[in-house]
Write a protein that binds this ligand. Structure first.
Ligand code: NAI
Length: 507
């Protein structure tokens, strides 16, 4: 197999440059690594060589492969050494002026046919290209950290990038064992754009006093299947990295409300409470382990009241069956008796509004999130309203915990935690499709590989019903009067026909 680019220059030997150099050499390219700090190159080579030794020890590569890789990866003493590279990858400090100056210099050194790329995660590829004589030969090639393990790379076309350059880069990504996705040059490209909803909506929920960090993490892990809750994730990435990204994407989209960051992270960043690496973030860390307060116990309830289920509940028959299975005394009348606990299951609406609209006694009304089918979740989430009596809340908690499934109780909000976060994820993904930043297929690939979501955001919408997602958004828009919940036209149009199973040519 011949590799698409036989001689590759990598400039910047930091976390990213070294990983890129490693996988390029593994693909069979000769790789020259340059950095203004020679010590950085030496350190990078030592680390990558060490990786290959370890891979060999574990039997993942044979001795010949380790030796061949080492022979392919070499230090470069100066930029002139990159003269006959057919691809140069820039992975230096994230500053427009510094990247522009470096790439203009490289452009004067390499052959006109050479392709130059930047690994920028937040700057405009088009803006960097403005300093170049051959912008058609320049693109974004955005890898994720750690490069050898994160198997996706965004190929970003600037305004003047030639299609052929993008095709070569996609082929080279495959040579390296990575999956390329094609993106237009827009703030955050695909992955950092699609990832906006998870943290910001969770922060919004905390800022409204609906629930605490640890409960929100538990809910999103157990109900949706995210590997890390949003606060665990922010602790891992650290707020000195993630808060500026939130601000930058928001500002670059001219204050689009969907991406609005939170004062919570601004303040924590100012205080240096940035995450795991400093031992203190949303969680405290002792020996690298998050300290999590235990969940509140299931209340003991001496006498369980009868239960009435709203006729307008989402997944009503499923909810009814669940209550039966849990051994509830179910009332079947048109309205609840004066003793009954009323269970409502709205999409997007708050429990208070539902109680009033359905003419229920709010003090005996509790909500349950039924967006996701009960069998598919490991946790049930209940919500009180400000008038809910403690005995009714405790009865609902104990009842829904009878079969041993975890239960969280949150305060009233337009939409439950999962509804809010999932609806915002699906909505932002739909808007990425609307803006034609990438194909729906590449969006799903980029998000599952780049963000590690259990399924792509469009598949998520389809699994729990695009019309349900739309209902959540429409109703939340009513409750909050906030344009951040305005559904994307793409989602509105496809609500009835499904989001992911469509013909690409008609997108
Ligand atoms: P880093 O700080 O680990 O390494 C940057 C290296 O570039 C340093 O060794 C520095 O000495 C060198 N450098 C700085 N200016 C230079 C110049 N003019 N010429 C040659 N070398 C120079 O940075 P990291 O994390 O590797 O990031 C590099 C680029 O990749 C940035 O644009 C960043 O935004 C982007 N990126 C970073 C990700 C991450 O998770 N760290 C993920 C995706 C992209």
């Amino acid at each position: 197999m011949t590799v698409t680019f036989s001689k590759v220059g990598v400039v910047g030997a930091g976390a990213m440059g070294r990983g890129i150099a490693q996988i390029a050499a593994q693909a069979g390219s000769e790789v020259l690594l340059f950095d203004t700090q020679p010590a950085a190159v030496a350190k990078a080579l030592a680390e990558v060589f060490g990786q290959w030794d370890r891979l060999h020890e574990k039997g993942r590569i044979d001795a010949d492969a380790a030796q061949r890789n080492k022979a392919l990866l070499k230090p470069a003493d100066n930029l002139a050494a990159l003269a006959d590279c057919d691809l140069v990858i820039e992975a230096i400090v994230e500053r427009l002026d510094v990247k522009q100056a470096l790439l203009a210099e490289i452009e004067g050194i390499v052959a006109p046919s050479a392709v130059l790329v930047t690994n920028t995660s937040s700057l405009s590829v088009t803006a960097i290209a403005a300093a170049l004589k051959r912008p058609q030969q320049f693109a974004g090639f955005h890898f994720f950290n750690p490069v050898p393990l994160m198997k996706v790379v965004e190929v970003i076309a600037g305004l003047k990038t030639a299609k052929a350059a993008c095709q070569q880069l996609a082929a080279f990504a495959r040579d390296m064992g990575h999956t390329p996705v094609q993106a237009q040059d827009t703030p955050g490209f695909i992955v950092n754009h699609a990832g906006r909803a998870y943290g910001t909506e969770a922060l919004r929920i905390v800022s409204e006093g609906i629930s605490d960090f640890a409960t929100i993490d538990r809910i999103l892990r157990d109900q949706v299947g995210f590997k890390l809750g949003p606060f665990e994730l922010m602790d891992l990435t650290a707020l000195d990295v993630s808060h500026p990204v939130m601000e930058s994407i928001y500002r670059q989209y001219y204050d689009e409300p969907r991406y609005r960051p939170s004062v919570i992270t601004a303040q924590r960043l100012a205080a240096g409470v940035v995450g795991r690496k400093v031992g203190e973030g949303f969680y405290s860390y002792i020996d690298g382990k998050a300290q999590v307060a235990p969940e509140p116990p299931t209340p003991q309830v001496a006498e369980m009241p009868p239960v009435w289920v709203s006729t307008r509940a989402a997944r009503r028959s499923e909810l009814y069956q669940l209550l039966k299975d849990l051994g509830a005394k179910i009332e079947t009348g048109q309205s609840p008796s004066p003793q009954a606990l009323s269970i409502v299951a709205p999409l997007g609406f708050d429990i208070t509004t539902v109680a009033v609209v359905e003419r229920l006694d709010p003090s005996r009304t509790v909500g349950i999130d039924m967006l996701i089918d009960d069998a598919a979740t490991k946790r049930r989430v209940l919500a009180t309203n400000p008038a809910t009596r403690a005995d009714m809340r405790d009865a609902a908690h104990a009842l829904f915990a009878r079969d041993g499934k975890a239960v969280s109780v949150i305060r009233d909000s337009g939409g439950f935690v999962t509804q809010r976060v999932v609806a915002c994820i699906v909505n932002i993904a739909s808007d990425i499709c609307q803006q034609q930043i990438c194909s729906p297929k590449d969006l799903e690939t980029a998000v599952t590989l780049g963000l590690g979501y259990p399924i792509g955001p469009l598949a998520m919408g389809d699994r729990w019903g695009p019309t349900n997602i739309l209902e959540v958004l429409f109703n939340m828009q009513t409750v909050y009067g906030d344009p951040r919940y305005r559904p994307s036209p793409w989602l509105r149009r496809r609500g009835a026909i499904g989001l992911s199973l469509l013909h690409e040519e008609n997108q």
